[in-house]
Design a protein around this ligand. Sequence first.
Ligand code: C2O
Ligand code: CU
Ligand code: CU
Length: 509
Amino acid sequence: MAGGGSRLWLRVLLGVFSVVLLLCGIGTAVGTWVWTRSAVDTRGEVDFVNRLAVPPLAQSRIDDQGRRVFDLRAQPGQRDFGQGGPTPTWGFNGDYLGPTLRAKRGEQVMVNVVNGIGRPTSVHWHGMHLPAAMDGGPHQMVRPGATWSPRWKVDQPAATLWYHPHPHGETAEHVYRGLSGMFILDDEPSAALALPRRYGVDDIPVIVQDRQFTSDGRFDDSGSFGGVGILGDTLLVNGTVGPYLDVTTERVRLRLLNGSNARTYDFGFADNRAFDLIGTDGGLLERPHRTGRIRLSPGERAEVVVSVRPAERLVLRSYPPDQGVGFPVDRFTGGDDTFDVLELRAAGSLTPAPETPDRLVPVERLDPASAVETRRFQLAGFQINGRSMDMDRIDFAVTRDTTEIWEIKKLDGIPHSFHVHDVQFQVLSVDGREPPPELRGWKDTVLLAAGDSVRIIARFADHADPNMPYMYHCHLLAHEDQGMMGQFVVVEPGQRPGRPPSGHGHAHG
Ligand code: C2O
Ligand code: CU
Ligand code: CU
């Protein structure tokens, strides 16, 4: 019976069709749900009810050898961030983050680092020019209960640096729990400029971190599926959720530090007003760059000066950052996210402040013609040049007091930021073009965006040690932990690289 047969076929077809439709519907719904949920937008939704915590300036003393000595103790703690319960944390000299260390160019400093967290850790001075043995990387582990006392001479321009643990494979966790802090360097040229400089008054540290909280208030570090590690939907600024800052002066300087594990921000103000970018990772710019946005990938810093009007409320915002990755990866790596970060509350009458000077400090340009070596670094698959970090392998040696050009290229479609220890570098080109104004100052970390190739130049001065390596790595901490890191040594002319100290997690004590 042909008619019955075709009716049956029709019914089967209709049945299949409706199942397919249903599945498509479910698929689309799930897809839409995942897609929608993966973008965060907190514009107008943050209650700015908590006064911004300003990390205290670390106490220091001068010892009998004239050194400025600080004490930092990594310790467990608890803090109520108002997210459903007390959060177990780690902090330096407190429950979350650490004090701001501050020293002047020319000073000898020493830091007594005490490990009270019950797990091996280390403390790295990000952005600092110093001997490799003092750098606090994975070869300078501190055993639980032990003290490590690195010392060095501060010899670099005034800058906003920071410190954080660097245990191989566990940096993400240690930083996420709260171990980091700011390290401000001063010098004479910067002190002579008419810039806001009263710490906590018109010169404000702004450490921005995203966190994901569980319903009972713990830090959720289970990670996202965008391949970058942890992205959170709640911002902490200096450890404060929903922060406001009382502003009493016409101009305020913000020292922005992206202390997040994976998230890139594009900072600006809610009303899009322009501000002066005055400094980047390694110090002040030659002249201020007037802009409405400054993008910071994990580890990067920027100093900005913003003008406020009496009695206004102004919101610092993070706009969706261009991370140099496309659709749809951007969506799952924070590229579509918008955050209200910090509210500035201006007093009814403001203390006058001078205009930002239009010349800041001379920045000597490193000459590409003086480079003795050009090296290439290809980033892909959590590896650099096809190799994973190996504590026992020195990847290459640089000769002391020479200048090198490094070409960094990313080959996969996810965000990476490239960081080099020991030096401050200059960006020569981004995708073969002149770097934009915000990349013309001293840098130690750079986002690989756009067409993904960045050329940098650095001079490896002063400190040589054939056996103790410095690190270079992606500063997305999950990538670093997975091995997207390498080691170089600085050697005397003609010297060959040696071997790193043996024994992983070898701890001082
Ligand atoms: Cu901020 Cu190797 O680190
Ligand atoms: Cu570093
Ligand atoms: Cu990376």
